[in-house]
Design a protein around this ligand. Structure first.
Ligand code: WTA
Length: 668
């Protein structure tokens, strides 16, 4: 296969008995390219990839020095291993993340646009230059110092998608503090748990948020959370809407009043490469969210390297990632990758449906966006809304990225044809909160793609497919199994905050010597990877990662619920949807009102985005004799496969199955 687009853009290859289209980087994309892609073609990728695997010290040492500015150079590129769970990169090196994201670009060209702010109301936006960003970040960093924040302290950030959220994050980094951003869709209970787990003593927030024309009581949620966080000493409040909100004297201060006090330049604090840059909480297969910890040097190298090679970012590009800064996609591809590379990044506060379904396309058109990056769930929504909403020629688009969940072939094609007019390359990027940056993804302009496949591994990523039954690695092509990585890469998470053993047990001890992703995958006859989805109890709803155990724990907080089992079911719009089965305590009657109350319980406990789409009340849950809930039976019934329930000999209460079938049928 060649990567060059000479000839027809599509070639047909046969993949297992069915045909799959292979798409080469479109010729028109290469024609509108400001220069040339960073790599000359797939052969150069193969050469560099080989070097990254066989001589990682040489490869990453070179990239780390090329992509970042180090306050002090490193001598050791990497140490540690998966076996011992002590991976570290660029060990003696010192650097500062905010310096790398801001200062070095601001010194060269202070007027270059760093942030394109697209407010919820299309008329309210503005831009922030690198010079202005440096001033704002310096001031807020100084405010944090005044509050007693020091290197190594964690700061909670609970903000809507406004430029100040990025300022807050980089202000932490400037003084060596660890940012812990909590997605502003989380409830006060979830925020409280994250503040307590991280031990944050300062919270940065806003009076309100504004999304899709609706107001969100951001500060109110913080106030509720803080009732049970006695160690929080200060709250810095950015005025977004000017709502009349209560301020707790001695604790809460206004952002605009504090920044006025301090000079517009604060020198960055150099930190060690392995000093933590941030925590980001994510769901796993057990109830309690994990504070995934990323370090400074390795994480930044991963963000910059994938920005440069996967997205093929060049000077002057305008990058629009629709992810929220509360998730890893926002961290790596709204904030770090574009700013490290010195280009303009869009901070979008709103939703793809407000004020109408053309919002994304209007933004792309208005700002001559070159790169657009979004989760398939948004694309499914917009595809369903109708092609007439897609207007404007969006002629600067070169790369259309997809992230967070599998993209179905027909959505991929819609993205390519209707949005990209066949002049931009669609790249499906596979990665995780824990991987920090892309792990399997095509390099734009270089690697051909197949709809539904994340294609080939990024530099330094050595995938291995493991047979889940035998635990043995499957070599060669045309294999299926669970996806693992065989050697450490710079931007991998180093630990789970305060729970290193849990980190080892979740990622490194499942298959000794390998990093376990939790996903199933196939490697086709050409070595392309196809992600099949989670093999654990994680569900993916609209690209949001949720744990069934965490939702079950939330339901069990309701006084009327005796037992709960949550499963993910396929959903046309959201990819997967959460369905809950509950049994209720004596003295309660099944009713619609009760079901609504259960849904409300999850909204209150986790956040609206985790709310079950359906709740089924049944007398008893199907359980094994040892008391384990058999979720497989619930899944099968929901999928309409009640004739394929499989082995039920271990069920302690077989009679309950008919009841499950009856309740599900009644509800439909
Ligand atoms: C899933 C999001 C298929 C996967 C960046 C992974 C994907 C989880 C893809 C991580 C993709 C991510 N195709 N599935 N291109 N990208 N996933 O931590 O199950 O929010 O394990 O990171 O999303 O979700 P997280």
């Amino acid at each position: 296969m060649t990567a060059n687009a000479d000839g027809a853009p599509k070639a047909r290859v046969v993949h297992e008995a069915h045909e799959v289209d292979t798409f080469h980087p479109p010729q028109k994309m290469l024609e509108k390219h400001p220069k040339k892609p960073h790599l000359s073609g797939i052969e150069e990728y193969q050469k560099l990839y080989k070097e990254s695997i066989t001589q990682p010290d040489q490869f990453w040492g070179r990239l780390a020095r090329e992509l970042l500015t180090w306050h002090k150079d490193f001598n050791t590129v990497r140490s540690g291993s998966f076996q011992t769970g002590d991976v570290a990169w660029f060990l003696e090196g010192e650097l500062n993340a905010s310096y790398n994201c801001i200062d070095r670009h601001a010194f060269k060209d202070p007027n270059r646009v760093a942030i394109i702010y697209e407010a919820d109301e299309p008329s309210d936006g503005r831009t922030v230059t690198y010079g202005e960003l440096l001033r704002q970040v310096s001031k807020v960093a100084r405010v944090l110092q005044e509050m007693g924040v020091r290197k190594g302290d964690t700061v909670a950030v609970y903000m809507p998608m406004v430029p100040e959220a990025i300022v807050a994050v980089l202000a932490c980094a400037r003084i060596g503090a660890i940012h812990s951003v909590v997605f502003a869709g989380f409830s006060s209970d979830s925020l409280r748990d994250r503040i307590l787990d991280a031990g944050s003593r300062v919270v940065i927030t806003s009076d309100e948020g504004k999304r899709g024309g609706k107001l969100v009581g951001t500060k109110k949620i913080v106030d509720e959370a803080l009732r049970q966080c006695p160690d929080v000493k200060n709250v810095l409040v950015f005025k977004r809407t000017g709502a009349d909100i209560p301020m707790t004297p001695g604790r809460d201060v206004w952002w605009h009043e504090e920044v006025e006090k301090w000079p517009a330049y604060l020198p960055p604090t150099p930190v060690n490469s392995e000093d933590p840059l941030f925590l980001l909480y994510t769901s796993g297969s057990t109830g309690k969210p994990k504070g995934v910890m990323h370090t400074t040097g390795g994480y930044l190298v991963g963000a910059a390297a994938t920005g440069k090679y996967v997205f093929d970012v060049h000077d002057g590009d305008r990058f629009f990632c629709g992810g929220d800064v509360g998730w890893i996609t926002g961290h790596s591809y709204v904030v770090y990758a574009p700013l490290l590379l010195g280009v303009s990044t869009v901070v979008f506060e709103g939703t793809p449906a407000y004020p109408n379904f053309s919002r994304y396309w209007d933004i792309i058109e208005r700002h001559s966006i070159t790169h657009f990056y979004v989760a398939p769930t948004a694309l499914r929504l917009l595809k369903r809304a109708g092609d007439h909403h897609v207007h404007g020629d969006m002629k600067h688009l070169r790369v259309l990225g997809s992230v967070g969940e599998p993209i179905a072939a027909e959505v991929w094609k819609w993205y390519f044809e209707v949005v990209g007019k066949e002049e931009a390359q669609v790249i499906d990027t596979y990665w995780q909160t824990e991987t920090g940056s892309h792990t399997i993804a095509p390099l734009a302009g270089v690697i051909p793609t197949k709809p539904g496949s994340a294609s080939l591994p990024f530099f330094g990523i050595e995938p291995a497919i493991i047979d889940p039954v035998s635990g043995e690695e499957k070599h060669g092509n045309d294999v299926e199994g669970v996806l693992t990585f065989k050697q450490p890469w710079p931007s991998m998470a180093r630990t789970v905050w305060g729970a290193h053993q849990r980190y080892l047990d979740t990622y490194l001890n499942v298959y000794k010597g390998y990093y376990f992703t939790g996903d199933g995958a196939g490697r086709d006859h050409e070595g392309f990877y196809w992600i099949r989805g989670r093999v654990d109890d994680v569900v993916n709803v609209s690209g949001h990662r949720l744990s069934t155990a965490e939702i079950e724990a939330a339901l069990l907080e309701h006084p009327a619920i005796a037992e709960a089992a949550v499963v993910g079911v396929a959903d046309e719009l959201t990819g997967q949807a959460v369905n809950a089965f509950v049994s209720i305590k004596d003295g309660n009657e099944a009713s619609d009102a009760l079901r609504k109350d259960f849904i409300l319980q999850v909204r209150r406990s986790i956040g609206p985005f985790a709310a079950p789409k359906a709740v089924y009340i049944i007398p008893d849950l199907p359980k094994t004799r040892s008391g384990k809930i058999m979720r497989r039976i619930l899944r099968k019934v929901l999928a309409g496969e009640e004739d394929q329930l499989g082995d039920m000999s271990t069920l302690s209460n077989p009679g309950v199955v008919d009841k499950v079938i009856e309740v599900v049928h009644e509800a439909r």
